[in-house]
Design a protein around this ligand. Structure first.
Ligand code: NIG
Ligand code: FE
Length: 410
């Protein structure tokens, strides 16, 4: 099966050499080709170029006059498997309770864990699959999904098996992350090391034996796990070949970034707060900062300093953080709008952060994140528009016309 998209107003991120993260000034320099075509064969990008060189034949022809074509989003940070939404906390937050206060009262993550422990695996698969289908409509073509709402051996394994089943059910690449260290279960309140031991000695070996995770994550934060505890977990993960992608600097600068870099983390995620020392540490590393602006939007918190990071020469990735507590939304176009409106990123920077840099944060930059020959044919066709700025500008507007995943229109 071949698909030819022709008369494309502008083809974005078309570059066969795009297999690494884009950083600093380069972020604003987005590859563009006007009056272009794109040829898909099977599940791959077969060719692209100017209309003057457009092939004549394909099984299906799509006319993209006036439209942009770009790679799908790589949403490199989500908690898309969960048992129940948390509107009660939403109301508490409107009345003034903070995210940390809710967590301290046994709400938050522990509340989600209680519900997930009681929910059958089939139900979790079905609800997560519906969310996956929904985010594909928003243009997401690859995604990372974390455990961390289990917090017992059985429930963490159950969550990771849900992700494994999702992997088998969709052509969209999925990476699974083990986040057993998301919150300390109440039972271990006076025995923190007891929970770490459960995680390291019981959960990790079984997860590794079943091949259930690609990465290891820790919520390194005052309300969750310390830097020393984080290091213990990352070291254990390394023994099973699980590189870190960690939650850090959501509320406090406490050394999480440096610890993650020392353990060759693929990404450090959140970064609502960051200091100069931490920016310097990132400058010398291959670890990418992943910014999740929907979380501070929903929590009414301050946003990451994307401008400062990019001006310091860093690459950043953008992701949703889709979860029932801090971000009940998997909408990447809205993340792009927040990146521009609240973090002063230029539209081109936001587009590259959400595609090629998201792919880098999933270790999939050789397969996804750009329009390159041989990469997976995961593309977005927009509605007609004048410029790329329209995409983040028209927040909340559905400007996506069509999404193709692995060579198939969805
Ligand atoms: O990334 N910060 C930690 N974890 C999630 C929220 C989890 C929850 O509140 O359920 C996040 O924001
Ligand atoms: Fe998260």
């Amino acid at each position: 099966m071949s698909i030819l998209i022709q008369n494309i107003k502008t083809l974005l991120l078309a570059n066969d050499q795009y297999t690494n993260k884009v950083a600093g000034k380069d972020l604003n320099n987005i590859p563009t080709l006007n009056n272009a075509y794109l040829l898909i064969e099977g599940d791959r990008i077969a060719a692209w170029g100017s209309m003057a060189d457009c092939p004549q034949r394909a099984d299906q022809i799509i006319d993209a006059t006036g439209k942009f074509v770009l790679p799908t989003w790589c949403d490199s940070h989500t908690h898309l498997v969960f048992a129940a939404t948390r509107e009660t906390e939403f109301i508490d937050k409107i009345k003034g309770a903070s995210y940390q206060e809710i967590a301290k009262k046994g709400g938050g993550i522990l509340n989600s864990a209680k519900k997930l422990q009681q929910t059958p695996i089939e139900e979790l698969v079905e609800s997560a699959y519906l969310r996956l289908q929904e985010v594909q409509q928003y243009g997401t073509g690859a995604i990372e999904i974390k455990s961390g709402y289990g917090l017992t051996l059985e429930a963490e394994i159950k969550m990771l098996r849900v992700i494994q089943q999702l992997k088998q059910r969709t052509a969209m690449p999925i990476k699974a992350t083990f986040l057993g260290a998301h919150a300390l279960p109440t039972k271990y309140k006076d025995n923190r090391q007891g929970y770490l031991d459960l995680l390291i000695k019981d959960m990790l070996p079984q997860i590794a034996a079943e091949g259930l995770a690609d990465y290891i994550d820790v919520f390194c934060e005052k309300v969750a796990f310390s830097v020393a505890e984080t290091e213990q977990i990352l070291e254990a993960g390394a023994k099973y070949g699980l590189p870190p992608k960690i939650h850090t600097n959501q509320f406090n600068c406490m050394g999480g970034i440096q610890a993650a870099i020392a353990h060759q983390a693929i990404s450090v995620d959140h970064l609502e707060v960051i200091n100069d020392e931490e920016i310097a540490a990132l400058q010398g590393s291959s670890t990418i900062g992943t910014l999740l602006p929907s979380a501070p939007f929903f929590l009414n918190d301050h946003y990451p300093q994307a401008r400062k990071m990019i001006d310091a020469g860093l690459g950043v990735a953008l992701a949703t953080d889709y979860n029932p507590g801090s971000t009940p939304s998997g909408n990447m176009p809205f993340v792009l709008s927040l990146a521009c409106i609240k973090m002063k990123m230029q539209p081109a920077e936001a587009l590259q952060a959400a595609t090629i840099n998201g792919a880098y944060a999933l270790q999939l930059a050789d397969q996804l994140g750009s329009i390159s020959r041989g990469k997976l044919a995961n593309v977005i066709i927009t509605k007609p528009m004048d410029s790329i700025a329209y995409m983040p500008y028209a927040f909340g507007t559905n400007w996506i016309d069509q999404v193709i995943i692995a060579g198939k229109p969805i």
